[in-house]
Design a protein around this ligand. Structure first.
Ligand SMILES: [Mg+2]
Ligand SMILES: [Zn+2]
Length: 193
């Protein structure tokens, strides 16, 4: 059973720009490749988990999502990094038309994407982490007994400043950005085994 670092996409791995409705709007953070490379080097799986309701809303076709994720994989490969999986929820409970208008089990904070990765990649969720910039990313982690890291990029700083003080549970880790979060997760793991 593998340990994994699940990584939110928009605001965590790439700049939060609203809907990425064209490839030209997708911009990785400068530290993204190094962060994933560090996850790879540490023997953990690096798995992207992302809600993309823009598909259900009809803002862009699912082939654009494939294009964006092909570009993401290519950028990683170019920098010597590798994503072990990219799991995406294209649904919305009330917007658009079926099949994408659906009360699915995979829209974060629901755990469907993690459950799929658990089964397909052999992941031990209880020893894994989710890193993201919004509360649903944290709730996703806690729903499956994983730990949750909040980054200050994307919506993170606002979440931390205005909302986090009233959350029933504090993030297990708060980091400036994805690379710092990964560095600290890996360092802790080195001590704890
Ligand atoms: Mg995000
Ligand atoms: Zn879904």
């Amino acid at each position: 059973m593998s340990q994994a670092v699940f990584i939110d996409r928009d605001g965590t791995l790439s700049h939060e720009v609203g809907y990425v409705n064209h490839l030209s709007r997708f911009r990785l953070f400068s530290f993204a490749v190094e962060a994933v490379r560090l996850v790879n080097k540490s023997g953990l799986l690096a798995v992207v988990v992302t809600n993309q309701a823009g598909i259900a809303r009809g803002y862009f076709p699912s082939r654009l999502l494939d294009e964006v994720h092909d570009a993401l994989r290519a950028a990683m490969e170019e920098g010597g990094a590798r994503l072990d999986g990219i799991y995406c929820c294209p649904h919305h409970p009330t917007e658009g038309e079926p099949p994408f208008r659906a009360d699915c089990d995979c829209r974060k904070p629901k755990a469907g994407l993690l459950r799929r990765a658990e089964a397909e990649l052999g992941i031990d969720l209880a020893r894994s982490w989710v890193i993201g910039d919004r509360r649903p990313d944290l709730e996703l982690a806690w729903a499956v007994g994983a730990r949750a890291a909040l980054v200050k990029t994307g919506y993170g700083l606002g979440e931390l400043t205005y909302n986090a003080p009233s959350w029933p549970r504090a993030p297990d880790l708060v980091a400036e950005h994805l690379l710092e979060a990964v560095q600290r997760i890996v360092a802790e793991r080195g001590v704890a085994g």
